[in-house]
Design a binder for this molecule. Structure first.
Ligand SMILES: C[S@@+](CC[C@H](N)C(=O)[O-])C[C@H]1O[C@@H](n2cnc3c(N)ncnc32)[C@H](O)[C@@H]1O
Length: 204
């Protein structure tokens, strides 16, 4: 519980930096979002700022310490919102009912990302879209990858189970989506271990 409290405090402190680092990417990537939107692991609710107010937002956030932040930010933005109890590997939502799923910096932390992606596919409507921003492993054989492997146990401890060495793009490419668009980017302003990112979307 102490770790969860520390992480909640840490994430809240980082909201401003988060907007500076990811704001422009999100403004572009979240364009065209409509309908029923499920956000998995929304944390403090940093993504509300980039979402249209007409959507119906559902959040799955296992850390209940964030629920107050989420409710407040949804209200400020005028977004109809509901927080559902659960977690990303077992989403308590019926098949093919969601227009968009949003995950930002979450697949690095979940215990079973393959299962979570499979759940996302299950609940998305046909042609529904998964939008993601994730920090990932650096290319194999690079110095950065070597240090990511070395640093990962500390990262997991400090950042609520977050892994800096996941090849998440492979999981998305192999999940059986109709199409997947992935852009590999180095994001400046972060510690090097978490600078390699993937940004993109997958269509069911
Ligand atoms: C690094 S934070 C990212 C928060 C936010 N999405 C952002 O972009 O700042 C990871 C979030 O994923 C949540 N999380 C961790 N494991 C999860 C799981 N199995 N299912 C759903 N959310 C999870 C954490 O509680 C936390 O809010």
């Amino acid at each position: 519980m102490l770790r969860k409290r520390f992480f909640a405090w840490f994430l809240r402190k980082g909201d401003g930096v988060n907007h500076k680092i990811y704001g422009r990417i999100k403004t572009k990537l979240f364009q065209g979002i409509f309908g029923k939107v499920l956000e998995i692991g929304p944390g403090t609710g940093v993504n509300f700022e980039y979402l249209p107010s007409e959507i119906e937002w559902i959040g799955i956030e296992p850390n209940e310490l964030f629920w107050k932040d989420l409710n407040e930010k949804a209200e400020i933005k005028g977004i109809e919102s509901e927080i559902v109890k659960g977690e990303g590997s077992m989403i308590p939502i019926p098949n093919e009912t969601i227009d968009f799923v949003l995950v930002t910096l979450v697949l690095c932390s979940v215990y079973d990302p393959v299962q979570m992606i499979s759940e996302i596919k299950r609940i998305l409507k046909p042609n529904g879209k998964l939008i993601f921003i994730e920090h990932v492993a650096a290319e194999k054989g690079t110095n950065l990858r070597f240090f990511q492997e070395l640093f990962n146990p500390i990262e997991r401890l400090m950042a609520d189970g977050c892994n800096c060495n996941r090849e998440t793009w492979k999981l998305l490419e192999n999940a059986g989506f109709q199409s997947v668009e992935i852009s590999h980017r180095k994001i400046n302003g972060l510690i090097p271990f978490v600078s390699p990112h993937i940004v993109g979307f997958a269509i069911k």
